[in-house]
Design a protein around this ligand. Structure first.
Ligand SMILES: Cc1ncc(C[n+]2csc(CCOP(=O)(O)OP(=O)(O)O)c2C)c(N)n1
Ligand SMILES: [Mg+2]
Length: 686
């Protein structure tokens, strides 16, 4: 976040005219302020400036006048309450610019305070009109902004003035910006979902739009509460925020309609059953003890064949992971959400693990005698070493995640980068590099195998080739957003990550439909980065096509317009078709599995994007280049062969038998599959 100046940076301000933007947009009833919270918030800044001898000139808006004076929106109504809170005289000027303002400011003594009339009585305020900004600036030497709640709007008195004069954050603004810095500086993005609900009185009557939201969200959030009384709101909101931030999780607050309409209770009555909560949160920083670290180092130093498995928790520990693997002569496999944790150009990185994984990852886990798991809850334990095969160390920030899939000997609870940094000096460099060299050879062979598989012909396009050709053309800093389908296999295996790229998909739930929404979210968070969504035709028809309208609505605001949606067309819910064939031995059930044809790229063009349709293997590379260099969003569809098997790196005998069983039971695609499977087998080098 950009740094900013605060009142601590002001030099001597005696006699200086300080324009202070405050938020005085307070609720008023019958000419009286009913809630002075906002005034109380800005009071410390005002008194501090006045006490330092400045002439304090207050600027604020009040209500929504239509660009001219309206008596009911005059700040003169608020002035007595400002005086009361500050406990000192506050003068008033009937205009915020021109002669009236100038005269009132000229009359101020050092340490005096004047409130200028509603800035919104001038159209120039909301338009951020340069002339109006100049007129406001005429009454001050310094600008202090303390109106955090108005800071999201680029108006003359909030944003415009900051360009014309030396600008400082007031105390409220400073506190809010520092809190934001803490929140946003924390790489995980906690979520508080605030959800509406039908009126309390209607609940239980099968009312229109009545849903048991508590039950719906129960499994999603770590704190799910329905506010049933306004007095409860303060502590429920405070806790929802605090738990979400501190535990890097999702919380949910349900607010029924009628509760939304009731008056806020800033401080509940002092009686049994009420709570008086505070705002803010503290992020825990667990750290293992020196003893635990040396225990872990002992295990890792004793190992002769060390394997590392890294997940999403290792995404910010790339340097440390590289150093640890180099020191231990280890190989490293990546769970899917940790794909960006280590670049694939390192020779001992074996790539993805699991059903969508690589053969060298399988071999790494089969043959290691020591396992170090970093920030991962990778679910498929059959892809880890056999129970008892390896001594294991696990690093995770959450105590609940350790020792869950494999019997670990040492669990280190802490941030992965920090913990690895502390572990490194305790690790001895393995002089025998034979294990790592073997892994590197396995990896080299695997990439060749993948290339050979990708280059096999298919009808019309081999889907692996789409991903194989993508890797060298990926722009620096790209964010990759995957979906759930056969394409997830090719993404997991064939795409080579480089440093600085980011990648995600629906990992735990493996939900279809993540590709386009994730990509939109990625672009909202990082508008300066190129983003690529990789989606199947089934998921595109499920929600991707509709979400392209969201892209149409927003893309012109993005600094970098590159937003590519890749649709892998195979007219099939291919992943599940294959799962049924291989795991259950069932032939394809066309009625459920077929996906109808749809002109994805033409539809993209209709929305004003670039559309590309590729149905010849030789066009893949050029098409990717065009898509990734376009000056607008792109929908690029590849017409691919559903007969290419997305088989796991190590198929069990049962699976192979079931697969053959499916083919003899009159699978509509049987012949094509036999052809493709034979080709894939022949492409295997070793
Ligand atoms: C919401 C949801 N529904 C169903 C599934 C089960 N499922 C996983 S992959 C898949 C097929 C995806 O088809 P498509 O998007 O066309 O990709 P393909 O496998 O053909 O590449 C299905 C039905 C799921 N994971 N999520
Ligand atoms: Mg499909």
């Amino acid at each position: 976040m950009a740094s900013f100046k605060t009142l601590d940076d002001l030099g001597d301000i005696t006699g200086k005219r300080v324009l202070v933007r405050v938020d005085l947009n307070v609720p008023v009833k019958d000419g009286k302020v009913t809630d002075a919270t906002r005034i109380e918030r800005v009071a410390p800044t005002i008194t501090e400036l006045a006490d330092k001898g400045a002439k304090v000139v207050l600027l604020a808006h009040f209500g929504r006048p239509k660009g001219g004076p309206e008596a009911e929106f005059s700040l003169s109504i608020v002035r007595p309450e400002v005086e009361a809170v500050l406990d000192r005289p506050v003068h008033f000027a009937e205009d915020c610019i021109g002669d009236k303002a100038a005269a009132a400011v000229a009359e101020l003594k050092d340490g005096g305070i004047v409130l200028l009339e509603n800035t919104r009585f001038h159209k120039g305020e909301e338009k951020n009109d340069p002339e109006f900004v100049k007129a406001l600036a005429a009454n001050g030497d310094i600008f202090v902004n303390d109106a955090f709640s108005a800071a999201h709007r680029a108006h003359a008195s909030t944003e415009g003035l900051a360009h014309l004069m030396p600008a400082y954050a007031g105390r409220t603004m400073q506190a809010e910006l520092e809190a934001l810095e803490k929140g946003l500086g924390n790489p995980s993005r906690p979520v508080v979902a605030i959800v509406g609900q039908q009126a309390l009185a209607s609940l239980g009557s099968d009312y229109q739009q009545e849903v048991d939201l508590q039950a719906v969200f129960q499994d999603l959030g770590d704190y799910v509460q329905t506010i049933v009384s306004p007095a409860q709101a303060r502590h429920v909101i405070d806790r929802a925020m605090r738990i979400a931030a501190a535990e890097r999780t999702v919380t949910c607050v349900i607010v029924p309609n009628d509760i939304q309409l009731q008056k806020a209770v800033p401080s509940p009555p002092r009686s049994h059953g009420n709570n008086y909560s505070s705002v803010g949160h503290a992020i825990p920083h667990p750290a293992p003890t020196d003893e635990e670290l040396s225990h872990a180092a002992g295990v890792l130093n004793a190992g002769r064949r060390v394997a590392v498995l890294v997940g999403a928790g290792g995404l910010r520990a790339t340097d440390e992971l590289i150093q640890v693997c180099e020191t231990l002569g280890a190989g490293a496999a990546k769970a899917l959400l940790g794909k960006a944790a280590l670049p694939d150009d390192l020779p001992w990185v074996t790539g993805s693990i699991g059903l969508l994984g690589s053969k060298p990852s399988w071999e790494l886990m089969q043959e290691c005698d020591t396992l170090l798991m970093v920030g991962t809850t990778f679910p498929y334990a059959e892809f880890l070493p056999r129970d008892g095969q390896a001594r294991a160390v696990q690093i995770d920030v959450a105590p609940r995640n350790v020792g869950m899939r494999y019997p670990t000997e040492v669990n280190l609870i802490g941030d992965s980068a920090e913990t690895l940094r502390r572990l490194l000096p305790l690790l001895r460099r393995k002089e025998d590099r034979a294990w790592q060299e073997k892994i590197c050879r396995n990896v080299e062979t695997w990439w060749k195998e993948l290339e050979a598989k990708a280059m096999q012909s298919a009808e019309p396009i081999n889907p692996q080739r789409v991903f194989w050709e993508l890797s060298p053309r990926l722009p620096d800093g790209v964010i990759l957003c995957g979906d759930s389908g056969s394409h997830t296999n090719w993404y997991a295996r064939d795409v080579r990550m480089r440093r600085g790229m980011m990648a995600s998909l629906s990992g735990k739930l493996a939900s279809m439909g993540s590709g386009v929404p994730y990509a939109i979210a990625a672009k909202m968070a990082y508008p300066e980065r190129p983003v690529l969504a990789m989606v199947g035709d089934g998921a595109m028809q499920m929600n991707g096509n509709a979400e392209l309208l969201t892209v149409k609505q927003y893309w012109k605001r993005w600094k970098d317009p590159r937003f590519v949606v890749m649709v892998l067309v195979n007219h099939d819910l291919n992943q599940v078709t294959w799962e049924q064939r291989v795991l259950a031995g069932d032939p394809k059930f066309a009625e459920a599995q077929d996906v109808i044809d749809f002109p994805y790229s033409a539809y993209g063009e209709m929305l004003g994007f670039k559309g590309l349709r590729v149905d010849r293997p030789e066009d893949i590379g050029v098409a990717w280049e065009q898509a990734l260099a376009a000056d607008r969003p792109v929908v690029i569809e590849f017409i691919t062969d559903p007969s290419v098997p997305p088989l796991p790196p190590h198929i069990t005998v049962e699976q192979a038998k079931a697969y053959i069983g499916a083919l003899v039971k009159a699978d509509p695609d049987a012949w094509d599959i036999v052809k493709q499977s034979t080709k894939q087998l022949l492409a295997t080098v070793d």
